[in-house]
Design a protein. Sequence first.
Lengths: 335, 335
Amino acid sequence: MTQSSPRKVTRADVARLAGVSDAVVSYTLNGGAPVAPATAQRVREAVATLGYRPNQAARALKSGSASTLVLVVPDGDDPVFANAFFSEFASAIEAAARRRGYALYTTASSLESEQLLTRFHEFASRQVDGVLVLPAGAPLDVSALDAVGIPWLQLNTATPQPGLASLGVDLRAGAIEATRHLIEHGHRSIGYVGEPNTDELRYLGWMEACTDAGVAPGPFIATELTRIGGYRAGLALAVDDDRPSALFVASDRTALGLLRAFHERRIDVPGDVAMVAFDGSWETEYSWPALSSVRQPIEAMADSAVRRVLERSDADLTHEVFAGELVLRNSCGQH
Amino acid sequence: MTQSSPRKVTRADVARLAGVSDAVVSYTLNGGAPVAPATAQRVREAVATLGYRPNQAARALKSGSASTLVLVVPDGDDPVFANAFFSEFASAIEAAARRRGYALYTTASSLESEQLLTRFHEFASRQVDGVLVLPAGAPLDVSALDAVGIPWLQLNTATPQPGLASLGVDLRAGAIEATRHLIEHGHRSIGYVGEPNTDELRYLGWMEACTDAGVAPGPFIATELTRIGGYRAGLALAVDDDRPSALFVASDRTALGLLRAFHERRIDVPGDVAMVAFDGSWETEYSWPALSSVRQPIEAMADSAVRRVLERSDADLTHEVFAGELVLRNSCGQH
């Protein structure tokens, strides 16, 4: 990676050797205008012969932009992309960035204030055009991140936070719709499997739908929103004499863990227990039975996230809410 | 993103305002030595007050290194991280890079020669320390990529290519082991579901294991290695009067699609058809039935990939082969 040549090879040297203009060298290496394949080949050979390294770092210093976005995902023991919803979402963000001529780089980071701030400085100093953060739960230090001076937006956000540009799906409305669907089809004991947090919006939506319909909500099975968390919840429900006839489950992968436990314990879904999940990733289509789930509109969210972070003005420090869509498959028993 | 101040704010300005040395400013922003939280806070406030942007692009120019690796994954309609194996592999690579003090950035790219070369120039000019490429099938233009001058290594590679630093799992040996397992448990008609390519090593391994055991290999069901490809293959097998009693399936997600079709058509796995898959991602543990599969040793491969690309010398243009491990679950019917 070290440059040992006494004089730095320039673009002009490459142009001379290839017999083209400086501009054609630039077009070949950076795009901007079409270059005939044979000409491009000549330029590349000249680049290789001379050991030319087009210095984007230097150019980025001048232009202040390198046409890149960064997606920050939480690091940790449970790899974020083992969550099918997040991997689909990241792919949609990448596609949305590319449509606007930006490359997306995804990187995992601790979301602890100090570490994330260090990463933001790293991004800003590399002239990254915008950062999208997939939060892990705890609130971020918004003013410290803003002070770095790079436009950023928080994805997957449930509730507005003053001064924070964010977006997310309407968890509460989605939970209400899922629970109501189970109620409308005759269920009178509907459990909720979700995180141990009674302020959480899916919990509140489930509670509200039950209460509005005069159905006593319960049981609430608190667990991690992971496959193994769902599996453990399923094993507990399997030996529960008061097992509800239906479950609203806070995430697809939690539901996938429940399904595994129910299969192992020969509890039929939807015959013994009907289920509606949340997220609507591909997992819901290829599980057995296929899962009814509230689908997050990942393409629309990805498109808005990229657009907003690129256009970001100080006026855009708002929270944007997207509606989920209840997709009915087999696990709720009606289809 | 524009700097409108008449004179550029320097690290010395920040140090003065925060009442610390230049070195402490650097430690706070870039690591390298511990800084007391209160001091770090003062430095950060000074950074915010002055609008200082530590210019890593400029520093990268000097040091020739920014302590980053890039993982290139193929773009395309079928998002690579919707493949559970690849998302687990990427997470393992990220962990291996972090253990060595490197940040990993993952980016999708066309793997067409011209486009990939443009991306390599982009990486090199940003002083990226190494690139790992997850290939999509067609061979890369090794000499053109080498000419960029950035160390790189090709992952997920089946066969050595002269001059190419690469690694991958032993597909043929894994296929032989999987097929033999089915033969040892009495199956005498073992189909193969895989890509329409009779030079492919999993195909050849299946063929070899059958032939060695005096079992006529077949049928060969050619399909895409995707969930929908597996689903289509499963629908075809469901109406096949000569359906084999066992299948070796070239990837987990293909097997997942087969399972969906078999469930829908009430074909019991493993009762009617036993199955062994390939890759061994989390999908195999949470499908129903759980899939027996040849597990790729992703942690060992990730560790070696990162180590090799960071240590890379011109002597290391070799192909490294890893052994898969047959993990037995329920789909093969014996456990």
